[in-house]
Design a protein around this ligand. Structure first.
Ligand code: SF4
Ligand code: SF4
Length: 113
């Protein structure tokens, strides 16, 4: 099955199978917490790829995973994540403001632009 993370890597709240991502922006649009954004990717035929920019802000709402049409993004199971010693974030004003800025930036990353 190659080296793509379709299993929980253990310490991440949200992870991606880049092989499946069609760069459709849907997960970015539904995330309430400014965790996700698109980045330019020359290696992709679509020219863009999903990126997990702020995993520390993920609230574990599952909206990205539930709305992805290509089964390309996954969210840790709350109980398993907690049992492994990790926890999801609370939704903060800073995270909400970052999400609004990402949407206003056509879903593209605000990092290093
Ligand atoms: S919703 Fe799925 S296919 Fe679309 S950008 Fe997000 S991870 Fe990629
Ligand atoms: S689980 Fe919710 S907060 Fe976390 S990346 Fe997905 S949509 Fe954003």
């Amino acid at each position: 099955m190659g080296t793509f993370h379709t299993e929980n890597p253990g310490d991440q709240p949200v992870w991606i199978n880049t092989n499946n991502c069609k760069a459709c922006d849907i997960c970015v649009s539904v995330c309430p917490a400014g965790v996700l954004a698109m980045v330019y990717a020359d290696s992709s035929t679509l020219g863009a790829m999903i990126s997990i920019e702020h995993p520390e802000s993920c609230i574990g709402c599952n909206d990205c995973e539930l709305n992805c049409p290509d089964f390309a993004i996954f969210v840790a199971d709350k109980k398993e994540f907690k049992a492994a010693g990790f926890s999801f974030a609370k939704l903060t004003d800073e995270a909400k403001a970052r999400q609004a800025a990402i949407v206003a930036n056509n879903y593209m990353s605000l990092e290093g632009a």
